[in-house]
Design a protein around this ligand. Structure first.
Ligand code: PHE
Length: 337
């Protein structure tokens, strides 16, 4: 007759089996070909006939009970495994995240606005290299090697003769006119470099937006109207534009352009050095010789050109009193925009 202790022992072992292998081993131990229960079943035939029925039934019951305990153990292990894998793969959507969402740089945002405003006036965007030849940066704009106007912009020179980080975007004017016929209406935004001491309104690297319009009958009035339209679009209808006589070898007449300082509304403050105006850049009517050099007849066509610094506009637009903030990697400043 089967010892009931075997069933108990098997159940205890199965209920604490740590993995599937342990369960398999227990199955072999009790129900395998040479297993303990199997041996009992086999021995039933050797018993006296009157003992056989009870012994057989007991052995069968033991076998069924152990079989059930094995199934239970297998189930328990399978569930534990499932639990573990969902645990491992769990995605907690409420967990705080320290991923920072970036955004466009304030000057980039302003550039986009400027491009959009000119685009609405029918301008397209042209491009030129940041490392420019002396020819396009100076000579083609009638600034010869000995011309005193070279001193107007403190140039960084490179170790490669004839190449320099461009001091302005005006070279793009010439590049564009060489390859396009009038009517021309472009802006050319981009970085420029000058060997300048930094202060609250000057940087050694800054952006410029060059503009060029060449067509029949273009005048200074078109220049002023275009610039004013852009400034009003950016800064509001009450902005003023002031043109002051100036000199550039490649424009005649030439002007310096100022916008009302909207921080103090023209009263005078630190940003505008007490003048009430912010200097934006230069402009003028394209010099007839510049047109002639690129094969455009100045008796038929005339044009205006301008170049201004968007950072200067950003100062006024955002009410910032120091231009250096823009190109310092200080997120506390940049995150405000
Ligand atoms: N290139 C001039 C500057 O950088 C600005 C300018 C552009 C002037 C076009 C006249 C015409 O100061």
């Amino acid at each position: 007759m089967i010892d009931l202790g075997i069933i108990k022992e098997a159940k205890v072992a199965l209920s604490s089996a740590a993995d599937e292998r342990a369960v398999a081993e227990l199955r072999v131990k009790y129900l395998g070909r040479k297993g303990l229960v199997t041996a009992e079943l086999k021995s039933v035939g050797t018993l006296a006939p009157r003992e056989r029925a009870a012994a057989g039934a007991a052995a069968n019951k033991a076998s069924a009970e152990i079989e059930a305990a094995i199934a239970e153990a297998e189930n328990r292990l399978r569930l534990a495994k499932l639990e573990q894998s969902t645990q491992d793969a769990r995605l907690d959507l409420t967990a705080p995240s320290d991923v920072r969402i970036g955004h466009l740089h304030p000057v980039g945002q302003l550039m986009d606005e400027i491009v959009r405003l000119f685009w609405q006036m029918g301008f397209s965007v042209a491009d030129g290299p940041e490392v420019e030849t002396e020819w396009y940066n100076f000579e083609a704009l009638l600034v010869g090697a000995d011309h005193p106007a070279r001193d107007m912009q403190d140039t960084f020179y490179s170790t490669t003769p004839g190449l320099l980080p461009r001091t302005h975007t005006s070279g793009v004017q010439v590049r564009y006119m060489e390859t396009h016929e009038p009517p021309i209406r472009i802006i050319a935004p981009g970085k420029v470099y000058r060997n300048e001491d930094e202060d609250n309104r000057h940087l050694w690297m800054f952006y410029q937006v060059e503009g060029l319009v060449v067509d029949k009958g273009i005048s200074m009035a078109d220049l002023k109207g275009t610039l004013l339209a852009m400034l009003k679009g950016l800064l509001g209808d009450d902005i003023g534009l002031r043109l002051r006589p100036n000199f550039f070898p490649y424009t005649e007449p030439s002007v310096e352009m100022d916008a009302t300082c909207i921080i103090c509304r023209g009263k005078g403050c630190r940003t505008c050095s007490g003048t009430g105006w912010i200097e934006l850049g230069g402009a003028g009517m394209v010099h007839p010789q510049v047109l002639r050099n690129v094969g455009i007849d100045p008796h038929v066509y005339s044009g205006f050109a301008f170049g201004f610094g968007p950072e200067r506009i950003a100062l006024v637009k955002y009410g910032i009193d120091d231009i250096r903030y823009f190109w310092r990697p200080d997120l506390r400043f940049l995150e405000q925009f």
